[in-house]
Structures are given as structure tokens and as C-alpha cells.
Design a protein around this ligand. Structure first.
Ligand code: NAD
Length: 420
């Protein structure tokens, strides 16, 4: 498919149709870019042939740092929005979520190899910190004028598979930007100077997604009566202890947090790969994979939860600015700064984790999921309109939420025939 990238979208779709068994209807489905104008989509990534839609829901009841928020969430997984809203409602009893942050600070890494004297090079780089920071800041007068920019330099000597390496790290306040482009530009700009100072060769010049200088810390107190009694509180604490002791459980514990974080991230046009990478690398910082939240019972028997994780998000740059739905979602949220968005996402992550642990430690996760899951199974078996609920309800009654049964019910109910 040489030159595919140069073709207009419609021609790319023609080629795709000929190369696959896609029908005209399916091509029309793919061509639909939804709220994203086709030409905007075409400039966002490469080889664009159309769009892809997610449901967008609103999580309610969130009170964060004394303010109420309506939280847009875009995702395909049933129960997440309901769980977040429900958890937020329970958190309100004791005042909602309190969230702080460490500021919008990212790290840009410059890797230097073949350095004759790594420790000397480290000292020289630190000596020339002022010049290096100036060079970095010259790249982004806009960011500097807003109070951001490169603020510090960290230098380390790593012992690696390929021998010692010097790594210079620019510590950059990225303001209301996620900052990857800004930081990468700075890292590339200082590279020649780093080579000259160290006598080595610079290879990689790129942001680190282990954004451990850009943390949010969310806390909430859940009233024991509101959550269903002290047994539930104990159950959540046991669930947390399990995750703390076992990486197999911890992966799913943290995945539950990311259900909320990523859904708000998608809705608001964020780089969710960066969020995932930051979260899981931070969870492993001790050398053991650990939960991003902690849960304990206080002296009154209430449940105290905390979350601490990197949250590299922005309001300028990336899809947050170019995607019309993301812009509208940010307006729904009403956040004015990137750190406010990060704080909301931290609260949602904590709420989501609480909801999952509470369900797991009491009635189990499937009961809450059942209805939505059954509807999804019914839809994938071909049910439409009123038939979706009819098929779902029958499968729940029969305790047989399965694709094969859904198919049978769709066939029988859509004929108006009484199913066997
Ligand atoms: P950007 O470069 O589009 O916007 C940032 C720039 O906006 C700043 O450099 C500054 O000049 C300007 N600006 C205007 N008002 C500002 C304000 N109030 N605060 C801060 N800056 C302001 O975007 P970015 O945030 O630097 O980069 C984000 C993009 O980079 C995302 O799309 C992401 O997917 C992508 N990316 C990510 C990685 C990664 O590893 N995570 C790597 C490469 C690229």
C-alpha cells in the first residue's frame, strides 16, 4: 500500500474495502468521525479512515475540595459510571474528597553514552546548570512567561548493560500543559551543550512518564453506616491488605482505579498511555508492585481512604484543545487549571477503587454488573430497541447470561414466539 498516507480519506476507505470483506454499510460506519470533524481527525493521526465512538456518561455527586463537580467519563465498560457516582454519594456524608497536588512538574531525560569520566561529567553538568536551564527555557518563552519552564537539573550516573551512562534530567514546570512536547523540545535543544560538557554522545532525549514530581493525593472518609456497616469497612481493609501483599490482586486493584482515571482522561482528551505508564511505574517504585491507594479503619469505625499517584494531564495542547468533545467535557467539569483536572481525576480514582472493593468485599462484583452485562450480551447477540431489555431480563431470571442463550432468545422473542 505504498503512498496510502498521501491519499484522501475516501480513497483510503476504497482501498480498505477492496482489501477486506467489509460491506458498504460497514465502510459507512467506519467513515463516521462523530463530533470530530473529518479533517481534524485526518490531521490528528496518520492513515485516517474514519472515527470510533465511545459512550460518554456523567458521574454525579462528586464533592472535591468543597466544590461540586459533574464528571464526564468516556468508556465501554458497564457499571463504572454508576459505581463512581455511588461512591461519591457515600463520600459526601463526611464532606467528599480532599485532594492536593505537587504541582505540574515533569522530567525530561538526556542520555549520554561513551562518557570518558562519568563522575567528572556529572559534576561539570551541575556546574553549568544555569546555562543548561537558560538554553532549555529559550525554547519556550510562552511557558516561561506563564511562570513555568525548566527549573532545575538533576544528573545521575547509571550502571547499565552497556556500561556507565550519564543521564541529565531537566525538571520542568509545564503549567497547564501535559508537557511532553514542551519537555522533549527542551531536552533536544540542550543535547549539543550536554555533549560538549561531558565529551560523550547524547542518544535519547525524551520525557519520563514516571511523573513522580506531579503527584495528586486524594483522601476521603467513608461513614461506616453509609457504606453498609462495619463489616463492609473491615472487608475493604482486608481487600486492600490482599492487594498490598500480592501483585496478582494488586494489578486488578490498580486497574479499578484506572477505570475511573482513564475514563475521565479519554473524555477530556488526555494522553491515557502516559497516565497508565505513570501509574504502574509509580506503583512499582519500591521494587515491589503496590496499590496506589491505602484503606484503614479509624477509631470511630469509619473507612479512611487515600490515593497517591502521578497525574500528568493538561488543558492546553494535545486532544484537550483539538477534540471538540474533549473541550465540551472540560467545560462540563468546569476545571480552570491542569492541576484542578488532576485533582478531580485523583478523586475519581479513589472513588472507583472504593466502589470496586466495597462490591467485592460484600455482594461480589457480578451482581452490580449483571444487568448491564446482560444488556451488552443481548446487544451483541443482535437485539435492538425494546428487545434488549426483554432478552437481558430473561437471561438474568434464568441465571444464564450467555451469548448462545441470548441468540436463542433474540430469535424466539423477535418472532413473537414463546421461548422454550
Ligand atoms: P503542546 O506542545 O501542544 O502545548 C504546550 C505548549 O503550550 C507549551 O510549551 C507552551 O508554549 C504553550 N502554552 C500556552 N499556554 C500554556 C499554559 N497555560 N501552560 C502551559 N503551556 C502553555 O503540548 P504538550 O502538553 O507539551 O504535549 C502533550 C502532547 O504530547 C500530548 O498529545 C501527548 O500525547 C504527546 N506526547 C507524549 C509523550 C509521552 O511520552 N507521554 C511523548 C511525546 C508526545
Amino acid at each position: 500500500m505504498q503512498g496510502f498516507y498521501k491519499l484522501p480519506m475516501a480513497q483510503r476507505r476504497d482501498i480498505l474495502r477492496k482489501a477486506t470483506s467489509l460491506t458498504e454499510d460497514e465502510i459507512r460506519i467506519l467513515a463516521n468521525t462523530g463530533a470530530l470533524p473529518a479533517d481534524v481527525a485526518d490531521h490528528m493521526i496518520e492513515n485516517v479512515i474514519g472515527g470510533y465512538s465511545y459512550p460518554l456518561g456523567i458521574a454525579t455527586n462528586f464533592r472535591i475540595n468543597g466544590r461540586d463537580y459533574l464528571v464526564p467519563m468516556a468508556l465501554e465498560e458497564p457499571s463504572v459510571v454508576a459505581a463512581a457516582s455511588n461512591a461519591a454519594k457515600m463520600a459526601r456524608v463526611k464532606g467528599g474528597f480532599e485532594v492536593t497536588n505537587t504541582g505540574p512538574v515533569m522530567i525530561g531525560q538526556i542520555q549520554v553514552v561513551n562518557v570518558p569520566k562519568p563522575d567528572d561529567a556529572k559534576a561539570k553538568l551541575i556546574e553549568r546548570k544555569g546555562d543548561l536551564l537558560k538554553k532549555a527555557n529559550d525554547q519556550d518563552p510562552m511557558l516561561v512567561s506563564l511562570g513555568g519552564g525548566a527549573k532545575d537539573l538533576n544528573v545521575k550516573v547509571l550502571s547499565t548493560l552497556k556500561g556507565p551512562m550519564v543521564v541529565a534530567e531537566l525538571i520542568v514546570n509545564t503549567g497547564d500543559a501535559m508537557g511532553a512536547n514542551a519537555v522533549n523540545t527542551m531536552a533536544e535543544a540542550v543535547a549539543p551543550m550536554v555533549e560538549e560538557i561531558t565529551g560523550g554522545r547524547v542518544l535519547l532525549r525524551i520525557i519520563s512518564n514516571l511523573a513522580d514530581r506531579r503527584l495528586v493525593r486524594a483522601t476521603a472518609l467513608f461513614d461506616k453506616e453509609a457504606v453498609g456497616g462495619e463489616d463492609v469497612v473491615d472487608g475493604v481493609v482486608y481487600a486492600y491488605a490482599f492487594a498490598d501483599a500480592d501483585p496478582y490482586r494488586c494489578a486488578t486493584h490498580n486497574k479499578g482505579i484506572m477505570n475511573g482515571v482513564v475514563a475521565v482522561g479519554i473524555a477530556c482528551g488526555q494522553d491515557i498511555r502516559a497516565l497508565e505508564a505513570g501509574a504502574h511505574s509509580y506503583a512499582s517504585r519500591s521494587g515491589k508492585y503496590k496499590p496506589l491507594t491505602t484503606w484503614e479503619k479509624n477509631s470511630d469505625g469509619d473507612l479512611a481512604g487515600t490515593l497517591e499517584m502521578p497525574m500528568a494531564v493538561g488543558l492546553v495542547g494535545g486532544a484537550a484543545k483539538t477534540h471538540p468533545t474533549a473541550r465540551a467535557d472540560i467545560k462540563i467539569l468546569g476545571v480552570k487549571t491542569a492541576i484542578e483536572l488532576a485533582e478531580v481525576m485523583g478523586a475519581v480514582g479513589l472513588a472507583q477503587n472504593f466502589a470496586a472493593l466495597r462490591a467485592l468485599a460484600s455482594e461480589g462484583i457480578q451482581r452490580g454488573h449483571m444487568k448491564l452485562h446482560a444488556r451488552n450480551v443481548a446487544t451483541s447477540a443482535g437485539a435492538t430497541g425494546a428487545l434488549v431489555d426483554l432478552v437481558a431480563t430473561r437471561m438474568i431470571e434464568e441465571k444464564k447470561i450467555r451469548f448462545d442463550r441470548a441468540k436463542e432468545l433474540v430469535a424466539e422473542l423477535s418472532k413473537g414466539k414463546k421461548p422454550a
